[in-house]
Design a binder for this molecule. Structure first.
Ligand code: FAD
Length: 375
């Protein structure tokens, strides 16, 4: 190993890409992202990119801190990335409208509005009439009110992940695809030798630090190094549909969300609709059930009847990495392995939490290699 600390990031999803981007600000670090397939194709490639921060019910502690940090960081990252890669990243700045059905606990929402006000975030409570006026596409009489969060966002997770990786590479990071990390040995120097498999060939690289951002690949990898961490799949299905034109006011196209269904405007009358939440059986297996997706589609059409006329362009499913029996995400050093960090198990919020995850991990990495801090 040379003088420059070499950090391997295992996983080229949105979390690994965000970490690579943040770490690549430090030219004194050598960074390699190792991805077993191609980047942005696993959970991150299936995500809808809805960033529910202010409108979430997380108000304190780590859960709120990560959300708030991420929302603020995206405001800086998106223009910075667009300038770096010379391409736009679809980023919806029109906020999120949460639809409330009859029986919703309005007192609870009022309390959240006050909390957010103290925290410097705006949430508005709209009556049914105000909702009709601003989002006339919503024509469901069981919806009695809505909460509008102008500070929340939505972005295209694939475009984002690829831009983060491209920008990190422009700053010197290396991306090694079609390479699976199958093991890790401690070296006498205090670093690690990672065992890699590429098209059936085994080889190894020596590194000084490792970030495990492997999503569902975390379990087999941590098992291989005798420190098993249980991350299980929760399946999500979604679809892309097309209408002749945008629903409602073409100048105001926020994300609509309610009863766990998101309607995400993409422009030109196209929308993503999703996502199902399907848990594995006792053996850990889960397959996409078309009736669940049909229910989500029908639920969206109840809210916005214009969607009954939409053409389905594409359907897909992905597996969210959910930590078993502990809160998401897992952000911590791997016990007994100095300079190995876990950034995994982001479950339903990996896109939302990627920037805050990256800042947290970058702080730890920089602190561990303190001498190189000013690089
Ligand atoms: C349908 C659906 C909708 C979603 N919507 C949202 C949303 O609106 N907002 C939101 O914030 N989140 C959403 N999510 C959740 C989000 O997608 C995940 O939390 C996030 O993508 C996790 O990112 P990741 O980088 O940790 O994992 P992944 O994207 O799964 O990336 C992990 C990568 O590691 C690689 N890897 C694994 N093991 C190894 C190994 N041994 N060696 C090398 N590489 C390895 C994998 O190939 C993979 O590319 C959604 C998920 C789904 C399925």
């Amino acid at each position: 190993m040379g003088a420059m600390p070499h950090i391997a990031i295992v996983g080229g999803g949105v979390v690994g890409a965000a970490i690579a981007y943040e770490l690549s600000r430090h030219p004194s670090l050598q960074i390699t992202i190792i991805e077993q397939h191609q980047p942005a194709q696993a959970s991150s490639g299936a995500a809808l990119g809805v960033l529910m921060g202010a409108i979430s019910h997380k108000t304190k502690g780590r859960a709120w801190r990560l959300r708030e940090t991420s929302l603020r960081t995206y405001e800086a990252w998106v223009p910075e990335l667009e300038a770096c890669v010379g391409k736009p990243i679809p980023y919806n700045r029109q906020g999120i409208v949460m639809l409330l059905s009859e029986g919703a606990d309005l007192a609870n929402w009022d309390a959240l509005i006050s909390t957010r006000q103290r925290q410097g975030w705006t949430l508005e409570c709209w009556s049914r009439e105000q909702l009709r006026d601003r989002c006339p596409q919503v024509m469901d009489d069981t919806i009695m009110a809505a909460i509008y969060s102008p500070g929340d966002r939505q972005l295209d997770p694939t475009a984002l992940t690829l831009a983060l990786l491209q920008a990190a590479q422009q700053r010197g990071a290396r991306l090694q695809c079609q390479t699976k990390v199958t093991g890790m040995e401690t070296l006498a120097s205090g670093g690690y030798r990672l065992q890699l498999e590429t098209h059936g060939d085994g080889h190894a690289i020596a590194v000084d630090g490792v970030v495990i951002a492997a999503g569902l690949g975390t379990t087999p990898l941590t098992e291989a190094i005798a420190q098993p961490l249980d991350v299980r799949p929760v399946l999500g299905q979604a679809m892309r549909v097309k209408l002749p034109q945008a629903m409602g006011n073409p100048q105001f196209q926020p994300v609509l969300t309610g009863s766990d269904i998101h309607i995400v405007p993409l422009g030109d009358g196209e929308y993503w609709i999703g996502a199902t939440v399907e848990f594995p059986d006792d053996a850990g297996a889960v397959t996409a059930d078309p009736t669940n997706l049909a229910q989500v589609q029908a639920g969206a059409a109840l809210v916005c009847p214009a969607l009954t006329q939409a053409t389905v362009l594409q359907t897909w499913s992905g597996l969210r990495p959910r930590p078993f029996n502990r809160p998401a995400p897992i952000l911590e050093p791997l016990p007994q392995r100095p300079q190995v960090w876990l950034a995994t198990g982001h479950y339903r919020n990996g896109v939302l939490l990627a920037p805050a995850t990256a800042l947290t991990i970058a702080d730890w990495v920089i602190e561990a290699f303190d001498g190189d801090k000013n690089g």
